[in-house]
Design a protein around this ligand. Structure first.
Ligand code: PLP
Length: 454
């Protein structure tokens, strides 16, 4: 197998469209170009039927009883906006309090800030050191005025998967609506809106090998029937919740991507987890002061997020990006040098008993090419890191730590305070393994994709 550089290891920012998805989409740009709301001729019927098919496929993937419960949007960001603002406006008379977490993706955070400016109160429940939110802390935050609980299904940086079904039950018991941003989870791990008591669920196509620019919001129709104020006015499409002509080719691609994910999820999850675990073991056993971020078990199978003490993130990023695409944080905040608020929310230092006990990585399904991706960051108070995942390079980081006089804390537990994590070692941009080194190491990761994905 020939490796093609740069290797994409940033699959929590986006994924490539599966060729089967593109193939399904193509006719809807040209010969099947009808408007799905044109009720009077076959062009419209054909388009409507394609949209209905996509709705059914997506409904099956998330366990929705009725495909009509899915509203197509332009992506995860719009879905989250529609869910949170739509509930806030529609249920304002009932209450003006929302409960969410401190590690929601930017869209969730920013919508909460906006509704706060409009008179709502938002409780940002902190997470534990492993990224899990304590359900009792959510319970404690609820009040008579709470109209919505919004908790992301799986985090886009550390991959931690929340106790969604427990939170769903709590919401139901208290008669409060429950939204989850499942953008990272749908298609990767089992999601079931019925079994998990989810009333609103946001997702997007571009993270499941579908096209960019299309997403969906699941809106429960029964028990309870959720009502939303639309974000904008217009033709009243999508049951009045999202006006505007549907991008039929994108919707068709989303449906096909959902169908493929449903078919391959068990094998793909196991395959990526195997690769991720190997990578994790390799890094944690090769590098002093490398610590896993997030929950050791409750995590997305393709996610790996690691902190390196003393390493300056941006220097490392610059040294790596010719051969390996990794990230030091969410794609929407990559233009800033601010440290990740998600990593910050985990607390000053890792608190798991041994730094080698956990795992995570961001991998992708690449039908014909090399296959996995990862993200690693420095959990310093000032910076974060993305690193080229080569043993040689990692050893160099380790050596450079020693040369710079940093004592190893291996076997002596985590650093006691965040200030101990201040980055002091700068890795020159030229540092890193040669393509030859990387090639020698990478075949372990180049296991062919499962038959189901090829
Ligand atoms: C957790 C999470 N929520 C929301 C979004 C936004 O989705 P979109 O890019 O489709 O707007 C993303 C994007 O990666 C995400 O990871």
């Amino acid at each position: 197998m020939t490796l093609k550089f740069p290797i994409f290891m940033d699959a929590q920012s986006t994924t490539p469209a599966d060729p089967r998805v593109v193939e399904a989409m193509l006719p809807y740009f040209t010969e099947r170009f009808g408007h799905p709301a044109s009720r009077n001729h076959p062009f419209g019927w054909e388009a409507e039927s394609a949209v209905d098919g996509a709705r059914e496929r997506l409904a099956r993937l998330i366990g929705a009883r009725d495909p009509k419960e899915l509203v197509f949007t332009s992506g995860g960001t719009e879905s989250i906006n529609l869910a949170l603002k739509g509930v806030a406006e529609m249920y304002r008379e009932k209450g003006t309090h929302i409960v969410t977490t401190a590690i929601e993706q930017r869209a969730g955070m920013d919508v909460c800030k906006r509704v706060e400016r409009q008179g709502f109160t938002v409780s940002y429940v902190p997470v534990q050191a492993d990224g899990l939110v304590d359900v009792e802390a959510i319970r404690a935050a609820l009040s008579d005025k709470t109209i919505l609980i919004s908790v992301m299904f799986a985090n886009n940086e550390i991959g931690t998967i929340q106790n969604i079904a427990t939170i769903g039950r709590l919401a139901k018991d208290r008669g409060i609506l429950f939204h989850t941003d499942a953008t990272q989870a749908v298609g990767k791990v089992p999601v079931d809106v019925e079994a998990m008591g989810i009333d609103l669920l946001s997702c997007t196509a571009h993270l499941i090998y579908g096209p960019k620019g299309v997403g969906a919001l699941y809106v429960r129709r029964k028990g309870p029937r959720v009502r939303l104020a639309p974000l904008f006015d217009g033709g009243g499409h999508e049951r009045g919740m999202r006006s505007g002509t549907l991008p039929v080719p994108l919707v068709v691609g989303f449906g096909r991507a959902a169908e493929i994910c449903r078919e391959v999820m068990p094998e793909e999850g196991a395959r990526l987890k195997g690769l991720r675990d190997r990578l994790q073991d390799l890094i944690l056993s090769s590098v002093d002061e490398a610590y896993l971020n997030g929950h050791p078990e409750r995590r997305l199978p393709h996610n790996l997020n690691i902190s390196f003490a003393y390493v300056e993130g941006e220097s490392v990023l610059m040294g790596l990006n010719k051969e390996t695409a990794l990230s030091s944080g969410s794609a929407c905040t990559s233009s800033t040098l601010e440290p990740s608020y998600v990593i910050g929310a985990l607390g000053p230092a890792p608190s798991w008993p041994t730094p080698r006990s956990g795992s995570a990585c961001t991998g992708s399904r690449r039908p014909r090419k090399w296959s996995t991706s990862g993200s690693a960051r420095s959990r310093s108070s000032s910076d974060s890191v993305t690193c080229r995942l080569s043993t040689n390079w990692l050893k160099r980081v380790s050596i450079s730590n020693r040369l710079s006089g940093k004592p190893s804390r291996r076997g002596r537990g985590p650093w006691p305070t965040a200030t101990r994590w201040l980055t002091t070692t700068t890795i020159p941009a030229t540092w890193g393994p040669s393509p030859r080194t990387l090639r020698a190491w990478a075949p372990a990761w180049s296991a062919p994709p499962s038959a189901a994905t090829s």
